[in-house]
Write a protein that binds this ligand. Structure first.
Ligand code: TYD
Ligand code: MG
Length: 479
């Protein structure tokens, strides 16, 4: 068979070139050329985007009034890990493609091997690893205690990075679930680029999508729901330092769901979060703990991110955060120290750096906490990463507490967004957050005063202190 032709296509102006160059000669964009296969447009061919978008639409169906459209109950493959199933929206959808992203060493292969074992309870799995040999995968499975169960037989492992081989294997074996670990090691023969290049990553993902979407019985009509025996595909993707999935954003648009595995490599807590999900909410988070026998769910995830010390240390306060429908209590920690020389440092981990800089400015101008000649460090306990504006107030309190070297009394939680004028803004789901705080034994909460006719929630056992400004909040928190 003749080798397919490839061109280098500019991602910003779509001009095609025969050779790779650093700058597009047409539009001048830098590093925008991506090796792309030239496909013969077949009869009725659609762009991949349109093909994916058409996933839930049955071919040849007449439009229906919105009110009359019936809910489709998508079949789901439960993966046996309730936290992962929760983030997926109830399990994997046959015929869908899910990308699981995370930093190297965070536990992606572990998570997916466990998911494979879960599916093995009722189906079959093909695990294609381009990163480890079959023996290494087996070693890990043994360590996880999975080799003796149904997984020992129903999970088939192959060390393979050629996508064409993997697709052939999957087409003949017809597993319920295909895992490709990782998309960065995958290559198609038709492209010259190295594994991990944008062109290779994208073409590999496209072929696996074709496999998933076309994998059911029947001839191309019907969404995944209508396809008996459709293959669910899970791709592993390494996240680069700056937090983006390598093989740039293109992958995220192609797949049906993007699930991130987050956490600190040397800490044990892991957070699962969907950043995109065509078959479920992107609000839900899963909390897992990496232990000797892999990833396990926690008995009480709400308290997982509380640091383990007996309160009373300056520079710390607990924030009742809300991730989707799940309340998590998180310890916010800050440290301020006089700057030895040069420009003061502002270092944030788990929190937006700009938000920290802004709070430092507001604290100086509106609350008399001048940190102009202080280094400032702030982080969330347990390696959690959150971008909730409601973390402003706890962060500001932690900073002030460290600066004044005065602890926040134990049993206190704080939540609220801080405006540039030092005013506090209300937060969503306040009652849920406070109920959870009360359940975990907290006795006092500092919250923004309800605005425009709203009411401050009354919670049994919790002294809810409603304040209007940052200055007032600091007075009450550090009294
Ligand atoms: P791994 O799943 O290989 O990460 P990734 O595929 O994202 O690169 O996980 C690697 C780490 O997890 C490694 O440092 C060892 C640790 N680990 C455990 O702590 N417990 C276990 O049961 C397993 C299998 C791994
Ligand atoms: Mg791995």
């Amino acid at each position: 068979m003749a080798r397919a032709q490839s061109r280098y296509v500019c991602q910003s102006c779509a001009e095609a070139f025969l050779r790779w160059e650093g700058q597009c000669r047409n539009c001048g964009a830098w590093n925008s050329l991506v090796e792309t296969l030239i496909r013969e447009p077949s009869k009725g061919a659609r762009t991949s985007a349109a093909r994916t978008a058409a996933l839930a639409i049955r071919a040849g169906q007449a439009p229906e009034a919105l009110a009359r459209v019936t809910d489709v109950d998508l079949p789901r493959l439960g993966v046996g890990l309730p936290e992962l199933d929760r983030v997926l929206g109830g399990g994997l959808v046959p015929g869908s493609v899910v990308l699981v992203g995370g930093e190297p060493g965070i536990g992606k292969s572990t998570l997916l091997l466990q998911a494979a074992a879960g599916v093995a309870a009722f189906g079959t799995v093909l695990y294609a690893s381009g990163e480890e040999s079959a023996a290494q995968v087996r070693l890990r499975a043994t360590r996880l205690g999975l080799t003796d169960g149904p997984a020992g037989r129903a999970v088939r492992v192959v060390a393979e990075s050629s996508i064409d081989r993997i697709v052939d294997l999957a087409t003949s074996e017809r597993p319920n679930l295909l895992i490709v670990d990782s998309i960065q090691t995958a290559t198609v023969d038709d492209l010259d680029g190295a594994a991990g290049s944008v062109g290779q990553v994208r073409e590999s993902a496209l072929r696996l999508m074709e496999l998933a979407k076309g994998s059911g019985s029947g001839s191309g009509s019907g969404g995944p729901a209508g396809r008996a025996g459709a293959i669910a595909v899970v791709l592993v993707g390494h996240v680069t330092k700056d937090g983006s999935l390598a093989g740039p954003k293109t992958l995220e648009h192609l797949v049906d769901a993007v699930i991130g595995l987050e956490g600190e490599r040397f800490a044990t807590l892991r957070l699962l979060r969907a950043t995109k999900n065509r078959f479920g909410s992107t609000e839900e988070v899963g909390v897992l703990e990496m232990g000797e026998h892999g990833l396990t769910a926690l008995g009480d995830p709400a308290r997982a991110f509380l640091a383990e010390h007996e309160g009373g240390a300056p520079g710390s306060v607990v924030a009742p955060t809300l991730e989707g429908s799940r309340p998590l209590l998180v310890e916010v920690q800050a440290l301020t120290a006089s700057t030895a020389y040069g420009t003061p440092r502002r270092t944030a981990s788990g929190i937006d750096q700009n938000r920290l800089a802004l709070l430092v400015a507001v604290l100086g101008r509106r609350a008399g906490i001048g940190l102009g000649s202080h280094d400032v460090y702030a982080n969330l306990a347990g390696g959690l990463v959150l971008d909730e504006p409601a973390l402003d107030l706890p962060l500001a309190i932690a900073l002030a507490s460290s600066f004044r070297d005065r602890p926040v009394p134990p049993g206190t939680v704080a939540i609220g967004e801080v405006g540039l004028l030092g005013e506090l803004r209300s937060v969503s789901g306040l009652e849920r957050r406070l109920r959870e705080a009360a359940r975990l034994g907290f006795s006092r909460a500092i919250v923004p005063r309800a605005s425009r006719g709203g009411q401050t929630p009354v919670i049994d056992g919790l002294d809810v202190v409603a304040v209007a400004t940052l200055r007032e909040a600091l007075e009450r928190a550090l009294a």
